[in-house]
Design a protein around this ligand. Structure first.
Ligand SMILES: [Zn+2]
Ligand SMILES: [Zn+2]
Length: 147
């Protein structure tokens, strides 16, 4: 958090209290919030904040490599990850939760191994997995047991 503030100041980017609040929120909410999630969480405390501020701050943080925008969509909306670290994501199709999967499989990835890339050099791999999370899975099991 502190390094971001320092870093942005060096870059000449002004940090308004609203921008600080957005960074703080992202730091404490690693569940891949959408811009709307951020806005909803902060609008009460910062009534003058607009969704445009949220978008522009997210863009700014993204451009500077502090957060990543995921290609996976939550209710059709882009979501953000407060890390530039490479990892995979699992999206639950029932509850929309996104779970981080830490795995360095670049050297063992079967697609890379299969040599189907014809001269392309792989720099990073980000996989998106879709299915039903453990929480939702348990609920379905419970339901089917009741029958
Ligand atoms: Zn789920
Ligand atoms: Zn993530």
């Amino acid at each position: 958090m502190k390094y971001i503030i320092k870093d942005l100041k060096i870059k000449g980017i002004t940090l308004t209290p609203q921008r600080m609040a957005i960074i703080e929120f992202l730091k404490n909410n690693l569940n891949h919030p959408t811009a709307e999630d951020v806005y909803k969480a902060l609008e009460e405390k910062y009534p003058s904040m607009s969704i445009a501020t949220v978008y522009s701050t997210l863009e700014l943080l993204k451009a500077n490599g502090y957060i990543q925008e995921l290609s996976i969509r939550k209710r059709g909306k882009a979501c953000f990850d407060f890390t530039s670290k490479n990892h995979h994501h699992f999206l639950c199709l029932k509850c929309d939760s996104i779970i981080d999967i830490e795995s360095e499989c670049i050297n063992t990835c079967p697609i890379v191994k299969a040599g189907q890339l014809e001269g392309c050099k792989v720099g990073e791999i980000q996989a998106y997995l879709y299915g039903v999370c453990s929480g939702c899975n348990k609920k379905t099991i419970k339901k089917s047991n009741k029958k």
